[in-house]
Design a binder for this molecule. Structure first.
Ligand code: C2E
Ligand code: CA
Ligand code: CA
Ligand code: CA
Length: 281
């Protein structure tokens, strides 16, 4: 099976994307990078903490200019957001990620990740056709939509919240899951948790980083754990780098985690090797 990032590039030439790009009239390195197919999707495992088995994967984009080192997303996502290129970038990542999980399901059956998480810029929510666009993209890959998780951040709630609410409901009706990323940072208002349809929370890695250092920090981590339980939201801890953090988190009732301790984001081929072992012991 096609198991590396390039495999995705070959299938990625939907006319929808090309015509949208032409409309932009933007001259930037990033635009060229997208056209020259210099973007690569990496995957980071999300694991069940008790067994350290892979239960999911998050798709994270990188920029690979030929002959140069990999450029991390924080160096170009802001530009992509500013120029609007993020719209097509996210859609391309979505297609790659869904196609990749579909391939893993063929190759690894039950040992494939149970879901694929894809980050969605708040900008996507300005487009009322979001639902149809996602249906079209995921449909092309053959993946059942129930395996897709979309990661959003609280900033989407600052936009026209009626439209956002509508779009989120439409997505959930398709059995797509919605995960609130970076929970606990920024404007965090608890009211979002019941006003918007969510399936999962991802507590920001800052809290995981500070575990065991202050009572205040640990209290927040504990309370978020209780909150997720009471609201019946799945809970993911990101940024796990040390084994003591796993112990602390499982004691606090956390089940799922992600972080360098298990694996950094890696390309699809390296991820396939992990799936062959499917454990970090
Ligand atoms: P994020 O969505 O919060 O993704 C998690 C980031 O934490 C990733 O950085 C990941 O590599 C990093 N990380 C994971 N485990 C650890 C750990 O144990 N310690 C530390 N210090 N960091 C860890 P990355 O891949 O550099 O991505 C940065 C951000 O760029 C993402 O943050 C996300 O906001 C954005 N991004 C990445 N790919 C996409 C994309 O396809 N679309 C959009 N809209 N945004 C993306
Ligand atoms: Ca994320
Ligand atoms: Ca995050
Ligand atoms: Ca983030």
């Amino acid at each position: 099976a096609k198991a590396n990032g390039k495999a995705c590039h070959e299938i990625f030439a939907p006319t929808m994307y090309l015509s949208a790009l032409k409309e932009l009239h933007l001259e930037s390195d990033l635009r060229q990078a997208i056209q020259r197919q210099e973007l690569v999707v990496y995957y980071q495992p999300i694991v069940f903490l008790k067994t350290q088995q892979i239960i999911g994967a998050e798709a994270l984009v990188r920029w690979q200019p030929p002959g140069k080192s990999l450029i991390p997303p924080n160096d170009f996502i802001p530009l992509a957001e500013e120029t609007g290129l993020i719209i097509n970038l996210d859609r391309w990542v979505l297609q790659c990620a869904c196609q990749q999980l579909y391939e893993w399901q063929q190759d690894f059956q039950g040992l494939a990740p149970h879901f694929i998480s894809v980050n969605l810029s708040p900008k996507q929510f300005f487009d009322p056709r979001l639902k149809d666009i996602i249906i079209e993209i995921v449909g092309k890959t053959g993946l059942d939509k129930k395996y897709l998780k979309l990661e959003i951040t609280e900033t989407v709630f600052l936009k026209n919240s009626h439209t956002v609410l509508n779009l989120l409901y439409q997505l959930q009706q398709l059995n797509i899951q919605i995960c609130l990323d970076d929970f606990g940072t920024g404007y965090s208002s608890l009211s979002y948790l019941h006003r918007f349809p969510l399936n999962s929370l991802k507590i920001d890695r800052g809290f995981i980083n500070d575990l065991g250092q202050t009572n205040q920090n640990d209290a927040i981590v504990r309370i978020v754990g209780t909150l997720a339980q009471e609201l019946q939201l799945e809970l993911i801890a990101e940024g796990i780098e040390e084994s003591y953090q796993i112990e602390a988190l499982t004691t606090l009732g956390y089940q799922w985690g992600q972080g360098y301790y298990f694996s950094p984001p890696i390309d699809a081929q390296a991820f396939s090797l992990l799936l062959e072992k499917n454990t970090f012991h």
